[in-house]
Ligand binder design. Structure first.
Ligand code: SAM
Length: 276
């Protein structure tokens, strides 16, 4: 009776559940938000370690099951909620005391992994850590280095704000029902070392990064031209700007580091080649 459409692959291996909680270093000092508690196996492990746990589950059929499983844990609250529609700031102030750092720990619904990660980063909440299970391929994208196949706009978006670790891979065999692909745990923590130069406009920075990766086979020159609108673009200015930043027009976006993307953005603003 699983809902495939909701990404319901439940974890059964207690050892793995404990490893997730350990990777998140959950202690009684922490409040935890869990996304998609399912039947509550991870929730139970979290309840044993955390100060409080707030679990957001979309599937209403699971709510009574969760109430029963989690009855012994007074520090757990389950609410029926679509995470992508949640006002997390408001939930935090209603359910937590504000005295404990907040961590996100979850085995994510895989059909919306990237939207959830982006949603969490855009809340502006200073999560102490986001430790979540996801499909291995997406984990590799989040942790990727420049010059590799997995490095893309999602990598840059996430690594701009967070340090990324992939503590361990989880075989598909520990889930019920078994998914087609392996999974991995990803641990995101706020960047320790801030960038020396920041983009003058973050939204524009993200837009330019997405534009540079729009057509993966095309080089920076062509992607920037599509982004800016071929006819409008002043070719000399664009050439000058790239040479100023030391980026070869034939280079592919996957070669550029985050500081290079930041520099590119700021130069585009300085040259008034894009509206701030
Ligand atoms: N935590 C459980 C475990 O580890 O066994 C279940 C994880 S399962 C991969 C994902 C869970 O997320 C399911 O219970 C599913 O119903 C729930 N879910 C799916 N979409 C959701 C959404 N938009 N908001 C909140 N929960 C969602």
């Amino acid at each position: 009776n699983f809902k495939k459409s909701l990404g319901q692959n439940f974890l059964t291996d207690t050892n793995i559940l404990r490893k997730i909680v350990a990777a998140a270093e959950v202690t009684t000092a922490d409040d935890v938000i869990e996304i998609g508690p399912g039947i509550g196996a991870l929730t139970e492990q979290l309840a044993k370690k955390a100060h409080r746990v707030l679990a957001l589950e979309l599937d209403e059929r699971l709510i009574p099951v969760l109430a029963e499983t989690l009855a012994p844990y007074p520090n757990v609250q389950v609410i029926r909620q679509d995470v992508l529609k949640a006002n997390l700031k408001k939930l935090l102030t209603s359910y937590f005391d504000g005295q404990h750092p907040v961590k996100i720990v979850a085995n994510l619904p895989y059909y919306i992994t990237s939207p959830i990660i982006l949603y969490l980063l855009e809340t502006g909440i200073d999560f102490k850590a986001i430790v979540v299970m996801m499909q291995k391929e997406v984990a590799e994208r989040l942790g990727a280095h420049p010059g590799t196949k997995s490095y893309g706009s999602l990598t840059v978006r996430v690594q701009y704000q967070m340090d990324v670790k992939v503590p361990f891979v989880v075989p598909k065999t520990v889930f019920v029902p078994q998914p087609k692909i392996d999974s991995a745990i990803v641990a995101l923590t706020p960047k320790v070392q801030p960038w020396t130069v920041l983009p003058q406009n973050e939204q524009l920075f993200f837009k330019i990064v997405r534009g540079c990766f729009q057509h993966r086979r095309k080089n920076i020159w062509n992607n920037l031209q599509s982004l800016l609108g071929k006819k409008q673009v002043n070719k000399e200015k664009l050439q000058q700007l790239l040479s100023d930043t030391g980026i070869a027009p034939q280079e592919r976006a996957e070669k550029l580091t985050i500081p290079e993307f930041i520099q590119l953005t700021n130069k585009m603003i300085d040259y008034k080649i894009i509206e701030k």
